[in-house]
Design a protein around this ligand. Structure first.
Ligand code: GLN
Ligand code: ZN
Length: 760
């Protein structure tokens, strides 16, 4: 029996984020295209060298990208939206970046979340006049490069046709099979050429197979792989799934491919059961994703060992591969740089490079135990040490959370709050942040390095707050914000201040394009230490008679944008964060800040991939939000903010959050959202973003009046708020002031209109 190790992919960004820097320098035109290519090749080969040194048996190639693997695949198949066609003559690299980032004449392609990770992919766009062609066999080039330069016989990685087309847009459902057939001929070319060039195994990623599939869907999947088997009969395809258990296990394992890759970490223990119940075909490779690919905990190898050993007993003659649960793309690169973290915590962590070592140990333990014994013991000792020190579970709140409702229903609170706040109809406000200028970011870095005293830094923050309170006064906004100048990131800021969190120095993960995020690590019970936002909020409130909203990040968003614990349920962690936020809210109220916004932009992101698990998640997520916000005075107004447009999918959950006011991003999907309210009643305060903050364009008064007017067609004027669709930290001061000036003017016009129509 053969046992081999592999991974589905490895981070692109480099140990020092050199990939990011190379991209951004190229975009800034600091060097030309050929220098860019040379630099990128170095990064790509360095990565491969590292994988080679790590003793990995099968090395992935083609998972590297200049931006995103979905975009790579789309451009490879000639899927260039018409609006970029004029660019096609320039050169393919700039065309590629124009699709990702937009250009002077064409809006960027849509970007959206990659399943349940924080990675975002570029959505491929189909258009009627698509001329399918293989512009370049990218996986082949990657394969040949690895072979020629490093003598690596790599495993090319390609996103599979079913997932690719399911994640694409721009075609009616009835045309799925039509486009699929065309795509298959292109896939066959790619795969055929790879096989010809000597690729022993080709990884075709089909993460879509872990979502809820109908019987019809699975028939389509069968058809795809039967057709591919006909088209490229000599190719060895490893059908790779990840992020959850596969739907329709029995059918999937019998597809005509050489091997099947299953996630053994996030499958809720289903795969072992399926293997026991339904077996696994004798002639196929079974690839077991038994090391967590998207979280950062050191693996308890005893566990993985017994899972693999158990499967071996069932399948003694099978070829098994040991892998990460998904591509290591979702994991930071290396622990090597984490000098500032507590040693005990480091004992419990494994980034991508350490995960490769875990695979080596696991294989060793199963084949030649003595060879790895010392390293294995050392590894397990660290795991135990970490568990002793940190993994404490004290969740005793189970069950209590659900009853956390405010003492009065919204309709009664609303009357009391109106009396207190005396807001005009269509109150105007913003979402929280104001432009984060370079001087502020530099000051924060200096302050962190100890080059700036707390007093000086704080003084700068206060100066900014003061400046923007004055600006808000002169703009005539109704509800102010302090501007979030003290925050680097809306989650990391709280991560640095709450107990139970650690912030890494180099735990970067690609989020989209060159943008990387550094999620904080939740390693222990989360508790409140001391007020985190009161100083700035109370200061801002002291400068004006207008209400200033206190600004917090909600429990579910903090959880979803952090590396989570894996020893207690996510729900328990969310509840702990909620409890800590309750204390913060109490302190805010005590200091006279009585409008409090608790942002939940990432609430939807935790939604499980399978429909049958979604209701349960939404239930506890909403309960956590409520438990953070319910213990306030009747007069205290709780706001929340979300930035996505799939509002219709979860309107009941959003209602159940019971916030007094919600603001949501809608500017890109306004029409769609308006239709939601034609059929659904939303009877609490609501602000639909009236302009898109993601663009530097200054919205016109008339445009915004129109948006408000349309909204008032379906929402009552006394509940409607006027605001931009998200925080303004990425805009310049001029853009912000001009846009808000127009927004206030549009509101005044609409107020007049509403008043006169009421008189009639
Ligand atoms: N309050 C945050 C801000 O204004 C909200 C950001 C977000 O929705 N992602 O920046
Ligand atoms: Zn937002």
């Amino acid at each position: 029996m053969e046992l081999k190790t592999s991974v589905q992919g490895y981070p692109r960004i480099g140990e020092e984020r050199e990939w990011k820097r190379t991209l951004e320098s190229y975009w800034k035109k600091e060097f030309d295209q050929s220098t860019f290519q040379v630099k990128m090749k170095d990064i790509r080969l360095d990565r491969l060298k590292k994988l080679k040194q790590s003793d990995l048996d099968i090395i992935p190639v083609g998972d590297f990208s200049y931006y995103d693997h979905m975009l790579d695949t789309a451009t490879m198949f000639g899927l260039i939206p018409n609006r970029f066609k004029h660019q096609a003559e320039s050169n393919s690299l700039d065309l590629y970046f124009a699709m990702a980032r937009g250009s002077k004449n064409a809006e960027a392609c849509e970007m959206t979340k990659w399943y349940n990770t924080n990675y975002h992919y570029i959505v491929p766009e189909f258009e009627n006049d698509w001329v399918p062609k293989l512009t370049e066999n990218k996986p082949l080039n990657a394969f040949l490069e690895a072979k020629e330069e490093l003598n690596i016989n790599g495993k090319p990685v390609i996103i599979g046709p079913y997932s690719f087309l399911s994640l694409s847009k721009g075609y009616p459902k009835e045309k799925f099979s039509y486009y699929l057939d065309i795509l298959l001929t292109l896939y066959a070319k790619v795969i055929g050429q790879l096989t010809e060039a000597g690729a022993d195994l080709i990884q075709i990623d089909e993460p879509h197979l872990v979502t809820s599939l109908t019987d019809d869907d699975i028939e389509i999947v069968k058809d795809i792989y039967e057709k591919l088997a006909d088209l490229v009969p000599n190719s060895k395809i490893l059908l790779q799934t990840y992020f959850d258990s596969v739907s329709h296990y029995e059918q999937i394992v019998h597809l005509p491919v050489a091997g099947i890759g299953l996630d053994m970490v996030y499958d809720k223990e289903k795969h072992v059961q399926y293997i026991k119940d339904f077996g696994f075909p004798n002639d196929k490779i079974l690839s077991l994703g038994c090391i967590d690919g998207k979280n950062i905990w050191k693996t308890d190898l005893n566990n993985s060992f017994s899972i693999v050993k158990g499967i071996r007993e069932y399948l003694p003659n099978h070829q098994l591969h040991l892998q990460s649960s998904c591509s290591l793309l979702h994991s930071p690169v290396s622990l090597g740089k984490e000098k500032a973290l507590n040693d005990n915590l480091v004992n419990g962590l494994a980034f991508a490079d350490e995960k490769l070592e875990e695979l080596r140990l696991l294989k060793g333990a199963l084949t030649d135990k003595d060879k790895v014994l010392r390293d294995w013991e050392e590894h397990q000792q660290k795991v135990d040490l970490f568990k002793d020190k940190y993994q404490r579970s004290n969740d005793k709140r189970e069950g209590k959370i659900a009853q956390s409702y405010r003492s009065l229903p919204f309709s009664e609170r609303h009357t009391i709050q109106q009396k207190k706040w005396q807001l005009p109809i269509l109150p105007t406000t913003t979402i929280g942040s104001f432009p984060q200028t370079l001087d502020m970011r530099k000051a924060r870095t200096s302050y962190r390095r100890g080059e700036l005293t707390e007093e000086t830094y704080q003084g700068m923050v206060e100066e900014k707050i003061q400046r923007w309170i004055t600006i808000q006064e002169s703009l005539g906004l109704d509800v102010f914000v302090h501007g979030e100048f003290e925050r680097n990131d809306m989650v990391e800021y709280f991560g640095e201040k709450l107990n139970g969190f650690a912030v890494t120095t180099n735990g970067w993960v690609q989020s989209y394009g060159s943008r990387c995020v550094k999620p904080p690590v939740i390693y222990a019970d989360v508790t409140f230490d001391k007020p985190m936002t009161v100083r700035e909020s109370a200061y801002a409130q002291s400068l004006t008679d207008k209400p200033v909203k206190g600004m917090l990040t909600g429990p579910v968003t903090i959880l979803n944008w952090s590396f989570e614990r894996n020893d207690i349920p996510a729900k328990a962690v969310a509840d702990q964060i909620a409890e800590a936020l309750t204390s913060e809210i109490y302190h805010l109220e005590q200091s006279g800040v009585e409008m409090i916004q608790v942002d939940e932009p990432a609430l939807r992101e935790g939604l499980p991939l399978k429909v049958e698990n979604q209701a349960e998640y939404l239930k506890w997520a909403v309960e956590s939000f409520r438990s953070a916000t319910y213990k306030v005075k009747d007069t205290t107004q709780i706001h929340t903010h979300m930035c996505y447009s799939e509002f219709h999918e979860m309107i009941d959950s959003i209602k159940d959050m019971d916030a007094d006011v919600i603001s949501i991003e809608t500017s890109k999907s306004h029409g769609k959202l308006i239709r939601v309210f034609e059929t659904n009643v939303y009877d609490k305060g609501i602000g639909l973003g009236v302009y898109d903050i993601h663009s530097p364009r200054i919205p016109k008064v008339e445009e915004m009046s129109k948006v408000i007017e349309e909204s008032l067609g379906v929402l009552p004027p006394f509940l409607f708020w006027v605001n931009p669709d998200c925080g303004l930290k990425t805009r310049t001061e001029d853009e912000t002031v001009s846009a808000l000036k127009n927004m206030v003017e549009a509101t005044h016009l609409m107020r007049e209109k509403v008043k006169s129509s009421v008189k009639i």
